[in-house]
Design a protein around this ligand. Structure first.
Ligand code: DTR
Length: 336
């Protein structure tokens, strides 16, 4: 009996010593619990990337960190996200910066019509832009990653083939995309993405202007039977963390988070670009959606309407003291 208990004590000490040798400190599963808030529903790309980050963090911290995810605005909604994270209502949150255009001048410059070709390039350019300019609106938080969606197209209940078809059409968009719709003659209706489901069902809007993965993820293909390919404008997102909470983390955990920053941006951009292809196929095959390409002449007309937007942004941002020309030049260089 005594011999057996000596044996099990020795075995326990041996396992403990092995754990210490491998991990440095004794590992207690989920010692650090973090709440991560997100505003759109679980199947959408901002939440898919959140679940991927959770899995990676829990794996790479050997279970030391447990991440509780809250999709669908169950902890914080789209507009209260940044302040909610600063106040500590959630430890981590995902914000769509285009929903607060005046608050994120530098990063929202990625929403100008600058020809960002896809989400992968957009995400990397956005992160580089943030790293270079370190805008002061992020002073009270720690940025864990940034990413963008893919370029936007016009999804509608009625066919849109020319600028004349856009005239007065009520279309949902947000931030920088609104002024693009105005320039094309449409009537932009601003609201965060989750509210668009009801607006389309009720007929408050006749369509929306965003990246095409929403045709599948939000099942918009059931309402919008037409897509006009404009491939214009991306929306920038940031994942932010409460600063005090971040500062309270052990160094090895902080390192895991920082090592994931760029990797997560790349992963999300790649995932998004992939989803676009799947959503196009699904919309065509299962929902009979018609994809409309603008003729080269027509496309030139649409593009010419947007020329003033970047110029105007430069003038306004310069007046506010931002190095506006350099920011635009950087974005163009970062997407090369
Ligand atoms: N295009 C922006 C951002 C966006 C694109 N896909 C999703 C999915 C869920 C939330 C936001 C977005 C927008 O239209 O809001």
């Amino acid at each position: 009996m005594v011999k057996r208990s000596i044996f099990s004590t020795t075995l326990f000490l041996f396992v403990l010593a092995a754990c210490l040798a491998v991990f440095g400190t004794p590992v207690t599963a989920g010692t650090i619990k973090l709440n991560y808030a997100n505003f759109p529903p679980a199947p959408t790309f901002p939440c898919v990337q959140m679940e991927r980050w959770k899995v990676e963090v829990e794996k790479r911290t050997n279970g030391q960190v447990a991440v509780n995810t809250f999709p669908g605005g169950t902890l914080l909604g789209a507009k209260g996200m940044l302040d909610g994270v600063i106040a500590g209502q959630a430890d981590i949150g995902n914000i769509c910066m285009a929903y607060q255009p005046g608050r994120f001048i530098v990063t929202n410059a990625t929403s100008l019509p600058l020809g960002i070709p896809d989400a992968k390039k957009g995400s990397m350019a956005l992160l580089k832009l943030y790293e270079k300019y370190q805008p002061k609106e992020f002073e009270d938080v720690v940025v864990l990653t940034m990413f963008t969606n893919a370029p936007g197209n016009v999804m509608t209940k009625v066919p849109v083939k020319t600028l004349a078809d856009m005239k007065g059409l009520d279309l949902r968009a947000s931030g920088g995309a609104n002024q693009i719709l105005t320039a094309w003659g449409a009537n932009p209706v601003g609201m965060p993405m989750p509210q668009t489901v009801e607006a389309l069902q009720k007929g408050t809007v006749k369509g929306l202007f965003s990246s095409l993965e929403v045709m599948k993820d939000f099942k918009f293909a059931e309402n919008c039977k037409y897509v006009t390919m404009t491939e214009t404008v991306i929306y920038p997102f940031a994942v932010i963390m409460n600063k005090q909470k971040y500062n309270s983390l052990p160094d090895d955990v902080k390192k895991v988070f920082m090592d994931l920053k760029e990797e997560q941006a790349l992963w999300t951009g790649t995932y998004m670009d992939d989803q676009i292809q799947k959503a196009i196929a699904w919309s065509k095959d299962s929902n009979n959606v018609e994809f409309i390409s603008l003729s080269p002449d027509e496309k030139a007309k649409w593009d010419s309407k947007l020329e003033f937007i970047t110029e105007k942004w430069i003038t306004d941002a310069k007046a506010k003291g931002f190095p506006a020309e350099e920011i635009v030049k950087d974005i163009k260089a970062f997407i090369q």
